[in-house]
Design a protein around this ligand. Structure first.
Ligand code: GLN
Length: 448
């Protein structure tokens, strides 16, 4: 439990140094197999000692001595931000992303950089140049992606909390498959300064943790206005863990036909848990749900194409097209094609229209209820190494891309297991209503 550990460190019953050393030993023991980390911070113990000194001086640090693992597309000074690509294989960050600066200021220790799908393009954790990550809770299955290493590091007890990024589900999908908690914040709640973009109008950094408290406290620290990112909102996050009494929670009737029957039936059990805790469950309809995937992928390809133009081999590493994997190349080529004037009207503009429709539909639905609950992925994670078609891979995201397209927050809590494979439940809320999501995650999580 993160809260209890934090208290122990603050009371000097456990030192930050010991906390780091325990995780380093775990990594040593487990990570050859799991492959959650691309790089370990060699200065972690030294940094922990400094935090211990601060604690001894009586400084009240919000994350005193907690150990964080960071997705490899976020800049941490002195460590490599590879995006799990050969393109940036040797790129060492020269500065801290805003989220990292904020974590360090509150006494967090960065233990290392985690594995991911190359440039965050994927849902399985298999496209990394550094090899796939295993799911610590279901080893023959994929851990989900693209924040595969961050979720696996938490599930494998190799850190307290991890940061991931979520463009269309990359925090929530691996959190669900690995049986941990994860939250994609409202667009603009968390600074993207120092995040290497996949698609900048959709990307958000967010926390993954073994409990809701970890998610809430990390989000409080990393969230809030940043002068260096002009899309950030003037808002100071502050969260508590409450219940869901008197909440109206909706689910859409369309979810049933999209989902594997076993996943849907676990989801219904999740709704019962919430009902037993005092929430009112109502059915709604989201007829534009199926437009989400095509809209998302078209926008993603176009924005990604534009974001990758700086990787031309002159300033950073290698020229991306020459060294990247299949999926990244597919997106660059499609993005380039769709960006051309003659096709932009036909595809891209249509995608933006779909995006508006979806945003309006979900915001309207949310105006009458507190939360929308749903399954996270429509199917169980496939076996590691099983070849699946790109369109099959994209289908994992049907229930998660909506929140990114609409800019609303969405969180995942572990719900149950099917054949020993974890499955989660997702909650979406109005912009900046992360508190309600945290309460619902807490209500479900308490059942564990
Ligand atoms: N699976 C989605 C994609 O491949 C989401 C990726 C993400 O959220 N970074 O685009």
């Amino acid at each position: 439990m993160i809260k209890e550990k934090l208290e122990k460190i603050k009371n000097q019953e456990l030192s930050a140094k010991e906390n780091v050393e325990n995780f380093l030993a775990k990594i040593e023991e487990k990570d050859d197999e799991i492959n959650a980390f691309i790089e370990i911070n060699k200065k972690a113990v030294e940094e922990a000692k400094k935090v211990d000194e601060e604690i001894k001086k009586g400084r009240n640090l919000k994350l005193a001595g907690l150990v964080f693992a960071i997705k490899s597309n976020i800049n941490v000074k002195g460590l490599r931000a590879t995006c799990a690509s050969k393109t940036l294989e040797n790129y060492v960050s020269t500065y801290d992303a805003t989220v990292i600066e904020r974590l360090k200021k509150e006494g967090a220790i960065i233990i290392g950089m985690t594995n991911m799908d190359e440039f965050a393009c994927g849902s399985s954790g298999e496209t990394s140049y550094f090899g796939p990550t295993l799911n610590p809770r279901a080893k023959e299955r994929i851990p989900g992606g693209s924040s595969s290493g961050s979720a696996a590091a938490v599930a494998g007890e190799m850190c307290d909390i991890a940061l991931g990024s979520d463009t269309g589900g990359s925090i929530r999908n691996p959190a669900s498959h690995c049986g941990v908690f994860g939250l994609k914040p409202t667009y603009g709640l968390v600074s993207r300064y120092g995040l290497i973009d996949l698609a900048m109008s959709l990307d958000q950094i967010g926390p993954i943790s073994s409990d809701v408290y970890g998610v809430a406290v990390a989000l409080e620290v990393i969230g809030g206005y940043d002068v260096r990112d002009n899309t950030t909102l003037k808002y100071k996050p502050k969260y508590e863990l409450n219940g869901v009494e008197n909440y109206t929670i909706a689910y859409a009737k369309e979810f049933e036909e999209i989902c594997d029957k076993r996943i849907y039936s676990e989801f219904l059990k999740g709704l019962r848990i919430l009902e037993n805790k005092g929430a009112k469950i109502v059915e709604i309809s989201l007829p534009n749900l199926e437009k989400g995937l095509p809209a998302y992928y078209l926008i993603n390809f176009v924005e990604f194409f534009s974001a990758t133009r700086k990787f031309d081999g002159r300033r950073y590493g290698y020229r991306i097209e020459e060294v990247c994997g299949k999926e990244v190349l597919r997106r660059i080529l499609l993005g380039k094609y769709i960006s051309q004037k003659e096709y932009s009207g036909k595809y891209y503009k249509k995608a933006l229209r779909f995006r508006n429709l979806i945003r309006e539909e979900i915001l309207k639905a949310l105006s009458n209820v507190d939360l929308i609950a749903s399954p996270v992925t429509p199917k169980l994670p496939h076996k590691l190494g099983e070849e699946i078609e790109p369109l099959e891979m994209y289908k994992y995201d049907i229930l998660t891309v909506i929140a990114n397209l609409a800019g609303i927050p969405a969180g995942v809590a572990p719900l149950s297991k099917i054949n020993n494979i974890p499955v989660g439940i997702q909650f979406q809320a109005k912009p900046l209503e992360e508190q309600k999501i945290i309460n619902a995650m807490h209500a479900v999580g308490e059942e564990k």
